[in-house]
Design a protein around this ligand. Structure first.
Ligand code: AMP
Ligand code: MG
Length: 427
């Protein structure tokens, strides 16, 4: 990408750089202190509130990595074929007895290695010699008293999974602050822990401003639109495992805005709204915030989403999202998501991004740091043709955001930063 100029002004007014805004936001995101103990099965997606240490080895004992035969390697030390009898059969879940010298044990994947054995030979490279007097089981392959022919030498330890190879007693399994993925839950289960301490869910109060808004299912009068932000925002919050308290749509007056803000802040950990943060005469959210609380941040060098407002009401954080539907999604991804994760107690709040070749041109450098609705397909980035902040179809078409800093132009095949929606919990 070619850097042409740097500016953080828009319409002559100072805009707060994104990094500075994010730093300010995160420095005000004190993690909630309350924890609760949950059955492991209910803990997916929650944030672990304690370091978890294993009190067992996984696997608990040396065991076979293959279906085959447990042997003493000394019995097969030469580079020729040796024939020995099968003296016992050890399925998974059964403890065998000490392996007699000069014999082998039939063994199955996951079964404990018997004392005396020091290697397993996979059945595919063994030749079974069936003896006439061998017990005539329905599955003769598994009957003892047959012989086996194996070509040596067999290295000590072959096909043996050692006790504690995955997890040893005393290992820290997961640290406090981990957001629990299905495989983390499986890992905890594998050491037998059935209940864990997690941070309480964050209660987020939401309300929506705009006299023009109607709910899906209602009939639109001229000039009205449907309240899509309510549905997008609630989904985004639920993806982050928040408990949403919805205070509905409120009328565009200063009094109604102040009343809703106070009410929402009383019973929640964070208040979020959409609309009413610009400079129009019908925009009361920022003014209300200044009157009954404190405004920390407003007007950020981001496109879309410039009017995002952040502050607090009675000590509770407040995030006023813009009204435009695409701005809601983008500002949620860039600001609200890390803020919420940190408040939830998560230790990792960043989203990974990747450099991907552009299958587009961006010839006119913008004045703001832009998050463009984009799609990576076949390892190149394509852009949605209509990037307006009201074009919600762009967000459904896209599978992530391409980042184009202010003052930058892009030529086809230039590498451009891309943040997949999967990294932004937008799934
Ligand atoms: P505002 O910041 O309130 O002026 O809103 C900016 C634009 O977003 C206007 O076109 C609004 O009609 C639109 N808008 C505001 N709130 C919503 C909402 N909840 N759902 C869909 N569009 C909205
Ligand atoms: Mg409005």
């Amino acid at each position: 990408m070619a850097k042409i100029n740097q500016t953080n002004c828009d319409s002559g007014q100072h805009l707060i750089p994104i990094d500075e805004a994010l730093k300010n936001l995160l420095s005000n995101a004190q993690p909630i202190a309350e924890t609760e103990v949950l059955p492991l099965i209910e803990a997916q997606g929650r944030i672990l509130a304690e370091d978890l240490t294993s009190i067992i080895n996984v696997p608990p004992a040396d065991n076979s990595a293959m279906d085959g035969y447990a042997i003493r390697s000394e019995d097969f030390s030469s580079a020729k074929e040796t024939q020995l009898p099968i003296s016992q059969r050890i399925p998974a879940g059964v403890m065998g007895t000490e392996l007699e010298r000069g014999t082998v044990a039939r063994i199955f994947t996951g079964a404990p290695i018997p004392d005396g054995a020091d290697a397993v030979v996979m059945q595919e490279v063994c030749t079974l010699i069936e003896n006439d007097d061998a017990n005539d089981d329905s599955n003769s392959n598994e009957s003892i008293d047959n012989d086996i022919k194996i070509t040596g030498p067999i290295p000590v330890g072959q096909n043996i999974r050692k006790a504690g190879e995955d997890i040893a007693i005393g290992d820290i399994l997961l640290k406090a602050g981990t957001k629990l993925k299905p495989q983390d839950i499986g890992l905890i289960a594998s050491v037998g822990i059935g209940e864990i301490s997690v941070y309480k869910r964050l209660r987020v109060g939401v309300f929506f401003t705009g006299d023009e808004l109607r709910e899906p299912g209602e009939t639109l009068e001229p000039g009205q639109i449907y309240n899509s932000n309510r549905h997008t925002l609630r989904g985004l919050l639920e993806n982050l495992n928040c408990e949403v308290v919805d205070f509905g749509t409120i009328e565009d007056t200063l009094e109604a805005t102040k009343t809703a803000m106070l009410k929402a802040s009383e019973s929640t950990d964070l208040v979020m709204t959409s609309g009413g943060v610009s400079v129009g005469e019908e925009d009361y959210v920022r003014i209300a915030l200044e009157e009954i609380g404190q405004l920390n941040l407003w007007r950020i060098n981001i496109k879309p989403g410039k009017p995002l407002a952040f502050g607090n009401i009675g000590g509770k954080p407040f995030l006023g999202m813009p009204g435009n539907p695409v701005s809601v999604l983008v500002t949620f991804c860039i600001f609200a998501r890390p803020f919420i994760l940190q408040k939830q107690g998560a230790s990792e709040t960043r989203a990974n991004s990747f450099m991907v070749a552009a299958d587009f041109e961006w010839l006119k450098a913008g004045k703001r740091h832009e998050y463009v609705r984009a799609r990576v397909e076949n390892n190149v980035i394509k852009l949605f043709p209509h990037q307006g902040s009201g074009v919600l179809t762009s967000t459904s078409w896209a599978n992530g955001l391409a980042v184009i800093p202010e003052g930058v132009t892009v030529k086809r095949n230039d590498l451009v930063e891309f943040i997949p929606f999967s990294e932004l919990s937008v799934v």
